[in-house]
Design a protein around this ligand. Structure first.
Ligand code: PLP
Length: 380
């Protein structure tokens, strides 16, 4: 049997990892400024995380959502405290797409409406409604096509206001990333998120904050949407939540009431995933990683802004992008192959930095010094 060949792969095999480093089969060390696509929040193989998963594994890994699973409540309480959303409700799933799928479905149940507003360059996952709300026709299969999703230009207050003037009473949900990831690190304006909040209040629609990539402390606040000083009705989370252990979740505001059978999942909220997610929050809290993400992110942004040869440095905390001009278009490949540094990309020419929140200032210096060397070499 072969693997279904959908991923363009680098010819690198990673065999071990620790903190912000990974090593290949030749024991070559790589600096990971990509975090396995924003997933590594507290660092690869973080000792407390490993220990907590291992301890849980010896007790029980899984039982279905038909019995009491106290570790779910333990996780909900901790998540409420760390995120500040103590009065929200938690529904646990396994991935980002699943989180958004459930959020959109819940918004429709709650409002009894069908229309979803999504934005240009938004990415919400690959399941049916999540992908329909994703601005990339090439990954939307014919069966996913729906007139229930309308796309508006990102950060365009007038277009949003006009849409609500016309169709506000049909809107079930507005779904928006606080910082677009796949779309190229585009920060939602605080005023735009505030407008979404007030229009959703006015028309009884649900504000869904897709925090799958920009959430969990990465932006320097628990949710990137927090910068706008607004509360969403539903926050979706995954990626950093388990530091590589698959887990996702949605935080649901108290006015949205549950009903038996409304949502459901076999694997979501299993004991092992909850142990991993608890370990992540414990380390975030103990090591003050949200504050660290803000400080080190600001430092990284300022060093990048002082780097000649790249353009349009942007982002918040440790979710950072910059554009690579044509004359050094091989920069990302060079960083990986020659200098052994993983970074992310967004088409057509953006490099995305999504390191662990525990990346050190010294590692950031190594990264920027190497980046500058690579740019100079490419310009020769
Ligand atoms: C903002 C956002 N939402 C949703 C998803 C989908 O998450 P998953 O790949 O875990 O389904 C992603 C993945 O990149 C994402 O960046």
């Amino acid at each position: 049997m072969t693997l279904f060949d959908v991923y363009p792969l680098n010819n690198i095999t990673i065999l071990k990892a620790q903190g912000s480093y990974v090593w290949d089969e030749h024991n070559t060390q790589y600096l990971d400024m990509y975090g396995g696509h924003a997933v590594i929040s507290i660092g690869h193989t973080q000792p407390h995380w490993v220990q907590r998963i291992e301890d849980q594994l010896h007790k029980i890994a899984f039982y279905s959502n038909s019995i009491q699973i106290p570790i779910q409540q333990e996780l909900a309480t901790k998540l409420g405290n760390v995120s500040g959303k103590t009065d929200y409700q938690l529904f646990l799933v396994n991935s980002g797409a699943e989180a958004n799928e459930n959020a959109l479905k819940l918004a429709s149940f709650y409002t009894g409406r069908k229309k979803i507003i999504a934005f240009s360059k938004g990415f919400h996952g690959r399941t049916s409604l999540a992908v329909a709300a994703t601005d990339n026709p090439s990954i939307i299969a014919p069966v996913n096509e729906t007139s229930n999703v309308d796309f508006l230009p990102f950060n365009d207050a007038d277009a949003l206001q006009e849409y609500f003037n016309q169709h506000g009473n049909d809107v079930a949900a507005v779904i928006i990333e606080g910082i677009q990831g796949v779309g190229g690190i585009n920060v939602a304006h605080d005023t735009f998120l505030q407008l979404i909040r007030s229009l959703c209040n006015q028309y009884g629609a649900v504000y869904i904050a897709d925090s799958v990539q920009c959430g969990y402390g990465r932006s320097g606040k628990f949710f990137a949407h927090d910068y706008a000083g607004v509360s969403a009705d539903i926050y979706t989370m995954a990626k950093g939540m388990g530091n590589g252990f698959p887990i996702g979740g949605i935080l649901i505001a108290p006015h949205i009431k549950p009903k038996y059978g409304m949502l459901g999942t076999t694997f979501g909220g299993n004991h092992l995933a909850c142990a991993a997610a608890l370990a992540v929050l414990e380390v975030i809290e103990q090591d003050q990683l949200i504050e660290a993400a803000l400080q080190n992110g600001n430092y990284l942004i300022s060093r990048l802004q002082a780097t000649t040869g790249i353009a349009n440095v942007r982002g918040r905390g440790l979710m950072i992008g910059f554009d690579v001009p044509d004359d050094i278009k091989d920069l990302r490949k060079t960083l990986l192959q020659q200098y052994h540094i993983f970074t992310g990309e967004a088409k057509p020419n953006t490099i995305r930095l999504l390191p662990s929140l525990a990346v050190s200032k010294a590692q950031i210096d190594v990264f920027v010094d190497t980046l500058q060397k690579a740019i100079a070499a490419l310009k020769l």
